[in-house]
Design a protein around this ligand. Structure first.
Ligand code: COA
Length: 141
């Protein structure tokens, strides 16, 4: 039995664990805490464990996927897809027509995940990350 719901303070340690296992330069926990009021900060919970999270930023002219990650031991079971779909529904709810995101240029596997969800490459942003360029991807919702 799983649940996708708004992130809460008590989820932060589980989120930070996933973050540290997922990214070479993980976000520190205070950045997640600072986002707890954002309705686009969601978690995937199964048997009281946090297995994934996503953060949708609501900006001026489009919805922006700020981050998404699934615990490495639980990947390829559609948890990421469910989180992304929930972000799409939230963006639609807030009246947005497009969703944008950035992904490391070297991160070909994650680009496949987004392509599988209809995102297309829009531009390359040189030096976006400390250690890599970004591919900006976008799709209509
Ligand atoms: C990207 C990520 C969130 C995907 O989560 P997930 O739950 O494993 O993804 P899903 O099971 O929903 O995958 C859906 C489809 O996307 C594609 N896909 C997902 N991961 C993939 C991979 N590693 N390689 C190739 N295709 C992949 C496949 O088409 C997959 O369908 P399939 O398993 O039936 O072939 C997860 O790999 C992750 O946390 N990565 C590390 C963090 C990260 O890089 N986040 C994104 C950068 S901002």
């Amino acid at each position: 039995m799983h649940l996708i719901r708004k992130a809460q303070e008590e989820d932060i340690s589980g989120i930070v664990t996933i973050e540290e296992l997922s990214f070479p330069v993980p976000w520190p926990d205070f950045l997640f805490r600072a986002d707890l009021n954002n309705p686009g900060f969601i978690v995937y919970e199964e048997q009281k464990k946090i297995l994934g999270y996503a953060i949708l930023g609501i900006f001026m002219d489009n919805a922006h996927l700020l981050s998404i990650a699934v615990h490495p031991a639980h990947r390829r079971h559609k948890i990421g897809s469910l989180l992304l779909e929930k972000c799409m529904h939230l963006a639609l709810h807030y009246g947005y027509e497009t969703m944008t995101l950035e992904v490391r240029e070297k991160n070909l596997e994650e680009q496949k995940f987004y392509r599988a969800h209809g995102f297309k490459e829009k531009e390359i942003i040189a030096g976006y990350y400390l250690d890599d360029n970004a591919v900006r991807m976008q799709r209509k919702i």
